[in-house]
Design a binder for this molecule. Structure first.
Ligand code: ADP
Ligand code: ADP
Length: 224
């Protein structure tokens, strides 16, 4: 099944900026695809189009496999964590389920298991300010995955982290991906990260933003 189908999409903002010109791409269920390119080439614009946060100026954006239960089947992870500072880690991760009407007791096991899988089991009662940058990102990822989304959109999630933390999160993301295989559209301008994580890398250029090359990665990237 195809989770995302974009055909001949252009996007011009009201300011006149032509952010994307004739972009086409599709993603299969469970596939990990990375958009790689310099700042301003339209990577975030593509994610916003896929999430339905912006309309295309021309062309079509479809998410056939996610359209039925649209609201909860696409999850977004941003570079800046968007945890609620006044709520515990547990309550932050519970939030998407709470919005679906699930009480705390009901989802206790599920939330704790999500926290365990990102290594934050012992921090359920901590507050975001008590966590390191990498831990906040882990909590954000747990919250994104708690509703079992069909599509995960990640916009430079690790860009603000130091190299060691980033490397660790790359390893963990790859492992989670092997366990759950959620279709993921990942944005980065870090080549090593793109090659390490992805099954397919779409290389973009700016002014106007377009995809100039597609690289398939058959083997897991060897770590030196
Ligand atoms: P990237 O994520 O690759 O850095 P963006 O998608 O953020 O690229 O931006 C692509 C281009 O569109 C840039 O020139 C940017 O300044 C412009 N742009 C992005 N968002 C908006 C907006 N809301 N209004 C006007 N221009 C925008
Ligand atoms: P990134 O490079 O990480 O995509 P940006 O700094 O380009 O981030 O954009 C940050 C925010 O500012 C985004 O929400 C984007 O939509 C908005 N934005 C970017 N460029 C413009 C612009 N030229 N006019 C208006 N809004 C913009």
């Amino acid at each position: 099944d195809q989770v995302v189908v974009i055909k001949h999409v252009s996007k011009q903002y009201k300011t006149g900026t032509l952010a994307l010109s004739d972009v086409s791409l599709s993603m299969q269920n469970g596939e990990f695809v990375t958009l790689l390119g310099p700042s301003g080439c339209g990577k975030s614009t593509i994610l916003r189009l896929v999430a339905g946060l912006e309309p295309p100026s021309a062309g079509t954006v479809n998410a056939p496999a996610v359209s039925q239960r649209k609201q909860h089947s696409t999850a977004f992870v941003f570079q800046e964590h968007t945890l609620m500072p006044w709520a515990s880690v547990f309550d932050n991760v519970w939030l998407p389920l709470r919005l679906q009407g699930y009480g705390k007791r009901e989802v206790q096991v599920k939330v704790m298991s999500a926290l365990r899988s990102v290594g934050l089991e012992e921090f359920a009662n901590a507050y975001p300010a008590q966590l390191s940058g990498g831990m906040k990102m882990r909590a954000s990822i747990a919250r994104a995955l708690i509703t079992d989304p069909e599509l995960l959109l990640m916009d430079e999630p690790f860009a603000a982290l130091d190299d060691m933390t980033r490397q660790k999160l790359n390893d963990d993301l790859l492992r989670w991906q092997q366990e759950r295989s959620v279709a993921t559209l990942f944005v980065t301008h870090n080549i090593a990260e793109a090659v390490f994580l992805s099954q397919r890398v779409l290389v973009m250029q700016a002014r106007p933003g377009k995809i100039i090359e597609e690289i398939k990665i058959d083997q897991p990237y060897p770590r030196t």
